[in-house]
Design a protein around this ligand. Structure first.
Ligand code: DX5
Ligand code: ZN
Length: 222
């Protein structure tokens, strides 16, 4: 099922509850929360206290995208704060299998994230453990960047692997998903569409979340 995941990175943080509520009215069904530590990526955003506040502001699942080093140290805190999904970067985990187990042990849905330069085939062995795979279609760190075209090939490869292995993980895409790219992303096989700038950038999250969802459903023939 196609879903829009509004990424609060591009929202007005001083009015976070209102921004999330508007994106939900527009059809957003999962809130994407970008956690950046200034080490793994060249930007700093938010941590468990903000997730805890968000948890009180919405009933939607919170999808925490951990762009941090040593994620194992913080996974319990995100679970306690109310995160529903947590994804860690292949590139940030020395023991990826252990990190994914830790996420599941804390009652969250485990996901693995791949930077643009990381091949999909590197994660074949852990695919049975994940609830979702997040393909980065920009280099992580900032909203509003341009979609990297070869991400479409990676989505297609993941669809092929999922079929071949008989698995059911969901395929999420993050970065540059906007009106000019969403159809191709959906046609490649992604179903969880993160959108930051396209939803919040113009200050009309309800209208723009709905426009993204409509475009995505149309491309999927739904
Ligand atoms: C980038 C973040 C994204 C970001 C996407 O590092 O992981 O979630 O919000 O922003 P847009 O949709 O503007 O490319
Ligand atoms: Zn993200």
């Amino acid at each position: 099922m196609i879903e829009i995941l509004p990424s609060i990175l591009s929202s007005d943080f001083a009015h976070l509850a209102d921004q999330v509520a508007a994106a939900e009215r527009g059809g957003g069904t999962i809130i994407h929360v970008d956690v950046m530590d200034g080490h793994f990526v060249p930007n700093i955003t938010l941590g468990p206290p903000v997730v805890k506040s968000l948890r009180k502001a919405t009933k939607l699942p919170l999808d925490c995208h951990l762009m941090i080093e040593n994620p194992d140290e913080y996974i319990p805190a995100f679970a306690d704060a109310g995160a529903d999904w947590a994804s860690v970067h292949y590139e940030a985990c020395r023991h990826l299998h252990r990190s994914l187990e830790l996420i599941a042990q804390h009652g969250m849905k485990p996901g693995v994230v791949l930077n643009p330069a990381t091949r999909v085939d590197l994660i074949i062995d852990i695919l049975p453990m994940v609830h979702h795979v997040l393909i980065m279609s920009v280099n992580p760190g900032f909203g509003g960047q341009s979609f990297i075209e070869f991400s479409l090939e990676k989505i297609r490869r993941l669809v092929e692997l999922r079929r071949h292995l008989g698995l059911a993980f969901r395929i999420e895409v993050d970065g540059g998903v906007a009106h000019d790219t969403v159809a191709r992303v959906v046609q490649a096989g992604a179903e969880l569409l993160v959108a930051g700038n396209a939803v919040f950038g113009a200050g009309q999250p309800e209208r723009d979340a709905r426009a993204m969802l409509d475009a995505a459903r149309k491309a999927a023939g739904q």
